[in-house]
Write a protein that binds this ligand. Sequence first.
Ligand SMILES: [Zn+2]
Length: 210
Amino acid sequence: MGEDHMERLIEGHKRFLAEVFPGRKSQFHLLAETQAPEWLFITCSDSRVLPDLILGTGPGDLFITRNAGNVVPLTSQDVDGCTATIEYAVEVLRVKHAILCGHSDCGAMKAALDRAGLDALPKARRWLQHVEAAFAHRQPVNSAEGESAELASLIRGNVVAQLWNLKAQPSVVRAVDEGRLTVHGWYYDILSGRIEEYDEELRKFVVLGE
Ligand SMILES: [Zn+2]
């Protein structure tokens, strides 16, 4: 049953080996034994968020950790994949920038708004306790947006909330103090392709690069 769908991936991989890899062989050889990414990128697992595509980056550029809702757990009892990845990126790889990126139409944030859908998802329900702080950080939004203002406002609020959690990680506190790391909060809009950055001084989201 799943064979048709796997076929697409296998064909894609064959095309990669035949058409893409040969032209980039030297780049992959340089990267085969070492990496020195400058950016840590923390985003949602959503299939519509394609970091390398929207940023023009490629192999060796972005060190990425993803999870439902682009969460940086602040108070988990046990270690989790996201904060362990942040620690490694900051302490060992010495990335120069850490970017926390949320996105429009986020299913995790929809679930946080309508918790009834989480009844059969015990792990997701516990995970999404980490986004509760988003409600306290809700942001004003442009009413012309396609999605509900309530959701758009909460998604941006979650970027702000997770940004604070990121900045509270001990490795991040140290690196920012030493002046070797800058932290950013982004919102990616799937419909327009545009990115907004949270401006901490203005306390609002502004179009990236303007
Ligand atoms: Zn999402």
